[in-house]
Design a binder for this molecule. Structure first.
Ligand code: NDP
Length: 286
């Protein structure tokens, strides 16, 4: 049976280190601040925003919440972002997606100062990741990399197969693995013979959004399986993109869903916010 990679335990450890860093910054008169902007009433977004707010409070980060009505204009949202970009109490700005139809998401993400872009979605930060000099790394893929590190997986020379090529998970995690000297294959909906591709992988990273589509029998014995997928089946049950029970029979280590990658995403958001505050403190001293 595979080792279960416990995302909750790894997240708790990292959050402890973050809380400690926040205390050290407090000794220098600095409190990291995260602005979270929510437009509209999307129920899932509301839950994420309140989870982020609580996580900030738990580690001592100042959480500056902005809840705007669904009919907010693009101009008003851009004006708020401009204000937050210039606010010295704020080290990170997060605009919860999706945004209402009248607002151009790309325009909004590009308006966030790259030095406060804790989600790592600004093209400047994407570019920095591509050239191997990241400033902010997007939270979910960054969380995956920390989990691999904490599990003792050395990616050098390994064959990594990433299933999914989204801008928020698949592409950035592939780049991060490449940076760690893995040989990376990125698969997507037009990939031929996915089973064979997955079967070659020392490390499989699934970020698809289709319940249990990666079959356990595809997994190479001894491989490490990271399942980013979160899919609701039936009324309450959450499952990943990997057929967990069957994959656990073959893998050396595997992340469960829930309790795997999920807890890492907000953790890395906190981490990015604190790093941003540290950078600003150093900048102010120079
Ligand atoms: P997207 O829908 O943006 O991307 C899905 C990717 O999967 C696409 O690249 C798509 O290919 C590919 N794909 C779809 N069907 C197949 C298929 N049959 N075979 C191979 N590839 C396929 O999803 P996200 O990247 O945003 O999210 C992926 C999953 O991760 C979701 O379950 C989401 O809920 C979860 N997630 C979890 C987070 C967490 O904190 N744990 C955070 C973010 C996401 P193509 O490009 O060709 O369409």
């Amino acid at each position: 049976m595979a080792q279960i990679i416990d995302g909750k335990a790894i997240a708790a450890k990292i959050r402890g280190e973050i809380a400690n860093d926040v205390k050290i910054l407090a000794g220098q008169g600095i409190q990291p601040g995260l602005a979270v902007v929510l437009v509209g009433e999307d129920p899932a977004s509301k839950v994420y925003v309140s989870m982020k707010e609580k996580a900030c409070q738990d580690v001592g980060i100042f959480s500056d919440e902005h809840k705007l009505p669904a009919e907010t204009s693009e101009t008003d949202l851009l004006a708020l972002i401009d204000k937050l970009n210039r606010d010295p109490r704020i080290h990170g700005i997060l605009v919860q997606l999706p945004l209402p139809k009248q607002i151009d998401t790309e325009k909004v993400l590009e308006a966030i100062s790259p030095t406060k872009d804790v989600d790592g979605f600004h093209p400047y930060n994407v570019g920095r990741l591509v050239v191997g000099k990241p400033l902010f790394q997007p939270c979910t893929p960054y969380g995956v990399m920390i989990m691999l590190k904490e599990t003792g997986v050395d990616l050098k020379g390994k064959d990594v197969v990433v299933v999914g090529r989204s801008n928020i998970v698949g592409k950035p995690v592939a780049l991060m693995c490449l940076q760690q000297h893995a040989t990376v294959t990125i698969c997507h909906s037009r990939t031929r013979d996915l089973a064979a591709k997955v079967g070659q992988a020392d490390v499989v990273i699934a970020a698809v959004g289709v319940p249990e589509m990666i079959k356990g029998e595809w997994v190479k014995p001894g491989a490490v399986v990271i399942d980013v997928g979160v899919n609701r089946v039936g009324d309450r049950k959450l499952v990943g993109d990997v057929e967990y029970a069957a994959a656990s029979e073959r893998a050396a280590a595997i992340t469960p869903v829930p309790g795997g990658v999920g807890p890492m995403t907000i953790t890395m958001l906190l981490y990015n916010t604190v790093e941003s505050a540290k950078r600003q403190a150093i900048g102010n001293r120079q």
